[in-house]
Each structure stands twice: as structure tokens, then as C-alpha cells.
Design a protein around this ligand. Structure first.
Ligand code: N2P
Length: 394
């Protein structure tokens, strides 16, 4: 009963926070799309017909894939469509919490999703993920042992690894001519944050686990901390620097804020960080307009995963698609596009050398020693939700 109460509360809170209570999708049917389903928006209301594709026996006609924004080379989607005659209906989200809210709002139509580590744990607990049949995903053999059998999904019962990375700081090198911003203080200490605002502005990820986690690291705590006093300190820290924050953006900050020079500094995911460095490096001098750094206080390391929703009626097609993404060349195409680290060992020979050698993408031991994984918070998730609401609403 108590657990039921918490789950219902979690649904309500995430709905309120994400403001997406109104897009309940078409319920799943075995018999194919209803006319009503076909007239509705595919992005918010994917259909969920069962596995049946006359042109390609055993595979469904369509597969609904819901991924983070800018997180795949989209030519892979057309390659899959052409090779297997399955139409991919592709939609994107900006954070794990947005994904969770969407599923909890009743979106039964998504088949394949890409939650991060802690969210996989939370979703398994909430019964939102299907178990996968690993015999249908032989390309799991391509995965590095480091990325398999994670604590949040023992024995990969539900998900396969997709990409992994870190969350640090992207900064304009002209603002830091002598030493790089090697501390979260440049974002979270009021005096430094004020200076950063004056130097061009600060962007923070619009992501509650990432942002509260980074502040906790800055304060010297674990990014999984649930102690009330520590969380209060984190909240006060954020409220003090909020006037100096130009944007909260985790969706298109790479193109709209970093590459345009709209901000001087940003909390940043490693793939975005590495792409911006590569795109702004002068070939002759080797100097770059942007840098990416893991602060000395430590930071988050994460792994995103490819999972099948519990409501999917196209599980076999979903597993077939997962196997396609885990192919060596396709895995390389993903990392060559995203600049995130690949869990695909067999893909390495096809991944661009500059990416494999980039220490922002594949961090060295002295950096990995400072990294921490996010874990499911259990009931403390409500404390984080509460802080996030206060930060965003003030
Ligand atoms: C890609 C988002 C990376 C996911 N735009 C971070 N977990």
C-alpha cells in the first residue's frame, strides 16, 4: 500500500513538473493501427500495432523509437528501414525525467527507449521495462565487459548498453587564457558565477539529477546524497547563483549556445563538449575556441541503455532493432556522430581515431577515479523533485 502511494505520488509529481498530462497515447492493440491512431500526431501518440509485416515476416511494419535529442546518426534509421522494411517512427526527449513522465502519462506506444543507468533501475522497479530475449540479440557479444551486467540491471535482463560519457564543463578558451575552469565553483560560487555572467553567460543542463548532482559534488558530497541538510545546502547554493544563469538547456545547447558563442561557460555532456572542441579547433595551430573539463571535485559518469517498454507489442522487432544498433559498423556510426564513448568493442576499428584518442570522450584513469555513478534515489527522489520545482519556479 505504501509503495503504491509513492508510485502514484511519483506519477502526479512528474506530470505536474513536466506539464504533459494531456498527451495520453493510443492504447496498444494487436490488430494494427486504428484510423484514429493514424490521424493523431506520431510524435506524441505513437501507435502500437503488434508484430506483423507481410513484406518481412516476423517483423512489425513500424517501430516507435524514443531517444534523447541528437543521439543517433539518423541515416542509421533509414538504413534499417530500407534493409528490413520496418518504418521507424522517431521521437526525442531532453531528460530521463521527461521520458519517465511521458511513459507514466500513459504513452503506451513507444517500443524502444534509451534511459540512463539510475532511471533503468527506477523503471524496472515501476514495471515499465520488458525483459529482453538475449538470444535475439547476438551482437551483445560485441559489447565491452566494462559496460555489461551493470548493478542497475544485473545480467542485462532488460537493456543493452548504448553510449556512455561524463558530465563536466564546456568553456570558451578566450575567457580562460591561463588556466581552465577546473572547479564547479565557476558555476556555483556566486562571485565566480557573476563574473561568468559578465563574461558572456552561463548555461546549466535542464536536468534535475545532473544539476543537483553537480552542486552536491561541488559541496563535497555524493551525487546520490539524500541527507536533508546537504540537500538544503545544495538548494540554497543554486538559488544564490540563479540570477547569473542565462539558460537552462540540455537539448540543443551545443548548436544554439556553445557554437554560437552565446554563453561563456556551460555544464555539458562529454559528447557535446568534445564535438564543440573538434568543431572549433584551428587545424594549423591546434588551438580551440572551446575546452571541456571534469572539475576537480568530481563529476557524474553515466551509461545510457537501449530498452524495450513493458507495453511494447513489438518486442521481437524491438530486439531486432537493438541487435542492428549493436552491430560493429552501426555502433561506430553512432559514436562517430555523437562523440560519446561506445560500449561496442568490435566497433572500435571503425570509430574515428581522433575520437578514440580524445580524453574528453575516453577519460584517463586520473579522471575516472573522480567520477561517480548516479543510483536510483528511492523515496528521496521526491526531495530532488521538490528542490527542482523550487529552483525552476523562483
Ligand atoms: C544526448 C544526450 C546525452 C545523454 N543529446 C546523457 N545521458
Amino acid at each position: 500500500m505504501k509503495r503504491y502511494f509513492w508510485i502514484v505520488s511519483l506519477v502526479l509529481i512528474t506530470l505536474i513538473l513536466n506539464g504533459c498530462g494531456g498527451s495520453a497515447p493510443t492504447p496498444a492493440t494487436e490488430s494494427g493501427n486504428t484510423p484514429a491512431a493514424e490521424t493523431q500526431s506520431q510524435a506524441t501518440t505513437p501507435s502500437n500495432s503488434g508484430d506483423s509485416n507481410s513484406a518481412n515476416s516476423g517483423l512489425a511494419k513500424e517501430l516507435n523509437v524514443y531517444n534523447w535529442s541528437d543521439y543517433i546518426d539518423e541515416s542509421l534509421l533509414s538504413k534499417y528501414e530500407q534493409e528490413y522494411g520496418v518504418k521507424i517512427i522517431y521521437d526525442t526527449y531532453a531528460s530521463n525525467e521527461d521520458l519517465l513522465a511521458k511513459l507514466q502519462a500513459g504513452a503506451t506506444g513507444y517500443d524502444v527507449i534509451f534511459p540512463s543507468d539510475y532511471m533503468v533501475g527506477q523503471m524496472i522497479e515501476l514495471g515499465l521495462l520488458a525483459e529482453i530475449d538475449k538470444s535475439k540479440i547476438p551482437n551483445l557479444k560485441n559489447m565491452n565487459d566494462f559496460n555489461l551486467n551493470p548493478p542497475y540491471d544485473p545480467d542485462n535482463k532488460h537493456c543493452a548498453p548504448y553510449q556512455w560519457g561524463t558530465t563536466g564543463i564546456s568553456y570558451q578558451t578566450k575567457v580562460f587564457p591561463d588556466t581552465p575552469p577546473d572547479s564547479w565553483a565557476y558555476l556555483f560560487d556566486p562571485e565566480k558565477a557573476k563574473a561568468m555572467a559578465e563574461a558572456g553567460g552561463i548555461n546549466l543542463l535542464n536536468d534535475q539529477r545532473e544539476l543537483i548532482g553537480a552542486v552536491l559534488k561541488y559541496l563535497g558530497y555524493s551525487l546520490n546524497d539524500s541527507d536533508d541538510a546537504h540537500l538544503q545546502e545544495a538548494k540554497e547554493t543554486l538559488l544564490k547563483i540563479k540570477p547569473y544563469i542565462k539558460t537552462f538547456n540540455s537539448e540543443d545547447y551545443q548548436d544554439s549556445l556553445l557554437l554560437t558563442g552565446e554563453v561563456a561557460i556551460s555544464q555539458s555532456w562529454s559528447g557535446n563538449g568534445a564535438q564543440v572542441v573538434a568543431a572549433t579547433t584551428d587545424e594549423k595551430t591546434g588551438n580551440s575556441k572551446w575546452g571541456y573539463i571534469i572539475p576537480k571535485e568530481g563529476a557524474m559518469v553515466w551509461q545510457d541503455n537501449i530498452c524495450v517498454t513493458a507495453t511494447s507489442q513489438k518486442k521481437e522487432t524491438a530486439e531486432h532493432f537493438i541487435n542492428f544498433l549493436l552491430d560493429a559498423q552501426n555502433g561506430a556510426a553512432i559514436t562517430n556522430f555523437t562523440y560519446y564513448a561506445s560500449p561496442n568493442e568490435a566497433a572500435k576499428e571503425f570509430i574515428n581515431k581522433e575520437i578514440l584518442e580524445d580524453q574528453s570522450v575516453y577519460p584517463p584513469k586520473e579522471v575516472t577515479d573522480k567520477l561517480e555513478w548516479a543510483k536510483p534515489l528511492g523515496e528521496a527522489v521526491f526531495k530532488y523533485d521538490q528542490i527542482w520545482t523550487e529552483i525552476k519556479s523562483q
